[in-house]
Write a protein that binds this ligand. Structure first.
Ligand SMILES: Cc1cc2nc3c(=O)[nH]c(=O)nc-3n(C[C@H](O)[C@H](O)[C@H](O)COP(=O)(O)OP(=O)(O)OC[C@H]3O[C@@H](n4cnc5c(N)ncnc54)[C@H](O)[C@@H]3O)c2cc1C
Length: 308
């Protein structure tokens, strides 16, 4: 709970730009979520540092969000400060030879288009993945590369500039970011920007690869209703993909309220209109239970539930 004096401090610090009780359903691809207690879009790193200092002094939790494409925000909302890095200061995109520096607030679609235009290959796999660079680094977003393999952010990122909660910045080599399957170990640090190391490739070839990947996504994903993409991680260990296990358990189309297991892609849960986070969570629990019973595999969440 933000105290009255912290309310006033936030108003003062942001020149009145803070928004209290901001509905998170406006900021998530699921179109679900209760209010952020305080929503701020800092104008630059200095304002961001001042916000972190204020949050520390007032003991407010701080939650960064990017495009909201991998989030399930609970109906009770997010306590404390929700920070969105979408101001121009966080949307830098600079190409220097084969090295591309991208701010945390740059959309992944812009990364794909700009690197294609610069004749730099390596980011094709980001085509059709919604979100921003900060969220994609945090999640180690990835998918098929269109060449028979898989590729994720950790394969192209060489450096990440992070901001610690104590206000100090650090330029960290990719090896320190702990990239793993759909996760990294940022330990609460904020991503400010990332450097990508790419490979010269003709723009036409990149465009062809992107088109093929997009066609594959359109053919396999359920883009007809709001979702957060794949809900569960694939279990690994030689087991079938999570979607296959859910499908084999006969759960396609299963519903709780307006939340449904997509009939098209079993690892997607879609919001048919007025789904609440509690509906999605109940459906998730039912799917996990059934898949565990049928296949002996526990499906871990890929989607980030907020607050955890
Ligand atoms: C239709 C659809 C298809 C999808 N397909 C794929 C796919 O093929 N592959 C894939 O990997 N994902 C996929 N996703 C999921 C999603 O697009 C990715 O996880 C993406 O990286 C999320 O980025 P975001 O900016 O929206 O992050 P958010 O959802 O906003 O946040 C995700 C996490 O990152 C943290 N975060 C956000 N910004 C920062 C920051 N600056 N610093 C530190 N932490 C931060 C948040 O706190 C949260 O924990 C899909 C989603 C949808 C809706």
């Amino acid at each position: 709970m933000i105290t009255t004096s912290a309310h006033d401090d936030l108003r003062l610090l942001t020149g009145g730009r803070v928004r209290f009780d901001e509905p998170m359903r406006l900021h998530t691809s699921f179109r679900i979520g209760g209010p952020a207690e305080a929503w701020v879009e800092p104008q630059d790193v200095e304002e961001l540092k001042a916000l972190l200092a204020l949050a520390d002094a007032a003991q407010m939790p701080v939650t960064p969000i990017g495009g909201g494409a991998n989030l399930l925000v609970k109906d009770s909302g997010i306590p404390g400060l929700v920070i969105s890095l979408q101001a121009p200061a966080f949307r830098r995109l600079d190409v220097e030879g084969t090295r591309v520096t991208v701010g945390a607030g740059v959309g992944l679609d812009r990364v794909v288009a700009a690197t294609r235009d610069a004749g730099l290959g390596g980011c094709e796999f980001l085509a059709g993945i919604p979100g921003k660079v900060g969220g994609a680094v945090r999640m180690n977003a990835g998918t098929r590369d269109g060449q028979g393999g898989f590729r994720a952010m950790g394969d192209v990122v060489t450096e990440v500039t992070t901001l610690r909660r104590d206000g100090t910045t650090a330029v960290r080599p990719a090896g320190e970011i702990g990239f793993q399957y759909r996760q990294s170990s940022l330990n609460g640090d904020l991503v400010l920007e990332a450097v990508l190391a790419l490979t010269p490739r003709p723009p036409e070839e990149i465009a062809q690869r992107v088109a093929a990947l997009m066609a594959h996504k359109r053919a396999t994903q359920d883009l007809s209703a709001p979702s957060a993409g794949c809900v569960f991680k694939n279990p690994g260990g030689g087991r079938p993909a999570a979607g296959r296990l859910i499908d084999q358990a006969g759960l396609k189309g299963m519903r709780v309220g307006d939340a449904a297991v997509s009939p098209r892609h079993a690892n997607f849960i879609v919001n048919l209109g007025a789904a609440k986070a509690s509906d999605v969570l109940a459906l998730i629990a039912a799917v996990q239970y059934k898949v565990l019973q049928e296949h002996g595999a526990f499906l871990e969440l890929e989607v980030q539930v907020m607050p955890a």
